[in-house]
Design a protein around this ligand. Structure first.
Ligand SMILES: [Zn+2]
Length: 97
């Protein structure tokens, strides 16, 4: 069974997510360094970012953009040339689904 880790995002000692959500290095890191609640909050933010920017995830550019944001959000790693997506939360609740 998985050990307790110190989550890279919230700093709490918890069980790690335990599975890699992506088939790459970042996915492995999330599986072992991020706790399930933090992963869940990223998924919410990811949805906001996709909707906010109208990202087409079939495009490599859009995937890179999302991964940059993911790394910034979960691990606090932001590439110098990457600008973190900022979402205008004051408009929350005005979006019609
Ligand atoms: Zn966490």
């Amino acid at each position: 069974m998985a050990d307790t880790i110190k989550c890279k995002h919230c700093g709490e000692k918890r069980a790690p997510l335990g599975f890699a959500p992506f088939p790459n290095e970042i996915g492995q890191r999330i599986a072992t360094e991020i706790c399930p609640p933090c992963w869940a909050s990223w998924l919410q933010k990811q949805t906001q970012i996709i909707n906010h920017y109208g990202l087409d995830l079939m495009k490599p550019d859009a995937q890179d953009f999302l991964f940059d944001n993911l790394k910034g959000f979960l691990f606090g790693e932001v590439k110098p040339e990457a600008t973190e997506a900022t979402i205008d939360t004051s408009k929350e609740g005005t979006v019609k689904w």
